[in-house]
Ligand binder design. Structure first.
Ligand SMILES: Nc1ncnc2c1ncn2[C@@H]1O[C@H](COP(=O)(O)OP(=O)(O)OP(=O)(O)O)[C@@H](O)[C@H]1O
Ligand SMILES: [Mg+2]
Length: 241
């Protein structure tokens, strides 16, 4: 069974249908890239995948469980296994970089172990030795990398990345792409939201194209490039987003 699956999912806020009949599977160990223009519903899909949102209709499975109607308490396990890099980074502004990265480790590691994991993760994202800095002292790209280190510190089985390279320079972006691929070698399943085609092609085993809340195409990058669908071609040609 797929490690994540959305089955016939609608997500509605008031009169607005944000997602319409979305069905998607993510197989264990693969990297699925979700491509789509701004406002197409990409972040909404990620939030459904770890239970931050509940579908209006349809079902969401994570790790073999239907999570569509679990309580917050029941969702704790799911969230522990599912790392989330938020689009905004979402750091705790009053905590140091080190405390941010070590935040989820308090319960699972002693102080020294946690310190080592934090140092390792910061090194992996190119921010070695920044433990004592405050988020306000960091650039947007650095904040994003701290958020990434925080998510990876917990060794999740699944990683959800919302625009991991947006706003980063090419060298830093390439480093993030390498990190995603390295996680995959360790068996981590990833879902990567982006509108940057170049990076999508570098990491994707499969791609889903989202347009106006609907999945309009799914398949390998090669399959999509060969798609005769004019909507898909227009997107790939940069006509949107
Ligand atoms: N809480 C909310 N209330 C009302 N509308 C919302 C809410 N959250 C999202 N939306 C709408 O849902 C649609 C999809 O939003 P979502 O954030 O999933 O898009 P996205 O593909 O991630 O866009 P971007 O590339 O800009 O991040 C947008 O039209 C947005 O305005
Ligand atoms: Mg988004």
């Amino acid at each position: 069974m797929a490690i994540i699956e959305l089955r016939g999912v609608d997500y509605t806020i008031g009169d607005a249908r944000i997602l319409r009949n979305v069905s998607l599977k993510v197989e264990e160990g693969e990297v699925l890239v979700i491509l789509g223009p701004s406002g197409s519903g990409k972040s909404t899909i990620l939030r459904l995948m770890n239970g931050l949102l509940q579908p209006t209709r349809g079902q969401v499975f994570n790790g073999g469980r239907d999570i569509s109607e679990l309580s917050d308490d029941e969702l704790k396990d799911v969230r522990r296994q599912t790392g989330f890099l938020f689009q905004s980074g979402a750091l705790f502004d009053s905590l140091t970089v080190g405390a941010n990265v070590g935040f989820g480790l308090r319960k699972v590691a002693n102080r020294q172990q946690a310190g080592e994991i934090v140092a390792d993760q910061l090194r992996l994202v190119g921010l070695a030795g920044t433990e004592e800095m405050m988020p306000a002292e960091l650039s947007g790209g650095m904040r994003k990398r701290v958020a990434l280190a925080r998510a990876l510190a917990l060794s999740p089985r699944i990683m959800l990345y919302d625009e991991p390279t947006t706003g980063l320079d090419p060298k830093t972006s390439a480093g993030i792409i390498q990190l995603i691929l390295k996680q995959q070698q360790r068996g981590v399943t990833s879902v990567v939201v982006t509108h940057e085609l170049v990076y999508a092609r570098q990491v994707a085993d499969r791609v889903a194209v989202l347009l106006d809340g609907r999945v309009v195409a799914q398949g390998s990058p090669e399959h999509l490039l060969a798609s005769p669908d004019p909507m898909v071609q227009q997107f790939l040609a940069g006509g949107w987003g």
